[in-house]
Design a protein around this ligand. Structure first.
Ligand code: BGC
Length: 351
């Protein structure tokens, strides 16, 4: 069978490899891969800037935004052939730390977690893959074309969940949310914000392409001016930050309403310097009871929240998030950035 593999320490090493068909361990599911989504993390791995191969092997099967159809499932596993499933990305560390021992592997404390397609375990970018039933999640059968959006949706489901938990430490009735960045994470964050009944605003740089319309079709408001113009005008109660760009991050923190919560989801490269008025920043956070939280990955609870959110969403809207579908044999095209890209996916079933 074919698999998309990479040597994470070597830029330009991505290729389609012929590998043996996987044999599921007792109790595990055998899944026919339908597609994987491509995200910034995959691009970093392909550029040799991130990622770890499985111990003792140079190459890693790429792909953590999965979608597949169950081919074989053991009796009593809770799955049946034909089920549409996604595989969970992270596995708890072997120790396990307290958080991992409580099923909160997304909050791992010792950093020894592993991640499929990213850190030490093969991903889902192959024509067949295996997964433990405890780390597989069933999707509504209607989501066949868009189910690879599940993993990025879990990331924003967790972000919103964190915001709510932090918000509920005192009286909390947020009205206005700002999402910075209209990539897949930003747009999915906006979707979940509208599902929570908030007045959602989305900020991005572009004025053309599919993003403004995608935002408008959620009933949200699109902005393309700089954060120091939009921020003071909106004074959002909540910000979901999805650009990872320093000036946007600090702008978002500066312009929240009192009791503001900023959730950072964008992973940025280190080494970008910015002058910051540390005194004013500290003063603002203290005097307004503001909070800034970082959020990464997702646990099984967030996968269930994401599956529900996707099932409630407009299918046509989700489909329009996927701006390109590239066949496995043309994988290189999926890593070329094009101006109108939102989410690019690689299909594994020749479709
Ligand atoms: C993935 C997360 C993962 C993170 C860090 C992100 O792209 O969506 O699941 O935890 O990268 O490796």
């Amino acid at each position: 069978m074919r698999a998309l593999t990479v040597d994470p320490r070597q830029a330009g090493s991505l290729r389609v490899s012929e590998t043996a068909e996987p044999e599921p361990a007792p109790g595990d599911l055998l899944v026919r891969g339908l597609a994987i989504g491509v995200c910034g993390t995959d691009k970093e791995i392909v550029h040799g800037e991130y990622g770890w191969p499985p111990p003792g092997r140079p190459r890693l099967v790429l792909g953590h935004e999965s979608l597949g159809r169950v081919e074989r499932a053991p009796a009593g596993s809770g799955f049946a052939p034909g089920d549409l499933v996604v595989g969970v990305v992270r596995r708890p560390d072997p120790e396990p730390c307290g958080a991992c021992a409580h099923g909160e592997f997304d909050m791992c404390r010792n950093g020894r977690y592993t991640e499929r397609g990213i850190k030490e375990i093969d991903g889902y970018g192959s024509e067949l893959w295996c997964v433990e039933p405890d780390y597989a999640v069933t999707l509504d059968p209607g989501l066949e074309r868009v189910g690879m959006l599940m993993e990025p949706t879990t990331v924003v489901a967790k972000a919103w969940d964190q915001v709510w938990r932090v918000g509920e430490r005192a009286w909390f009735e947020p009205r206005r949310a700002l999402v910075t960045g209209a990539g897949p994470i930003g747009l999915l964050a906006a979707l979940l914000g509208t599902q929570r009944g908030l007045d959602v605003h989305v900020l991005d740089r572009v004025t053309e392409g599919p993003k403004p319309r995608l935002v408008a079709d959620l009933g949200a408001t699109y902005h393309h001016e700089p954060i120091d113009v939009v921020g003071p005008r909106l004074r959002p109660d909540v910000v979901i930050e999805a650009t990872g760009a320093g000036s946007v991050v600090f702008g978002a923190i500066e312009y929240t309403a009192p009791y503001g919560i900023v959730c950072l989801t964008g992973v940025s490269p280190a080494g970008r310097m910015l002058p910051v008025d540390a005194g004013a920043l500290n003063r603002e956070l203290v005097l307004e009871n503001d909070v800034v939280i970082g959020s990464v990955n997702a646990n099984l609870r967030h996968y269930r929240m994401a599956a529900e959110a996707l099932a409630r969403a407009d299918l046509g809207w989700l489909d329009r998030l996927i701006t390109r579908r590239v066949r496995l044999d043309r994988f290189a095209e999926a890593f070329e950035g094009r101006p109108d890209d939102v989410k690019v996916v690689i299909t594994l079933d020749g479709e």
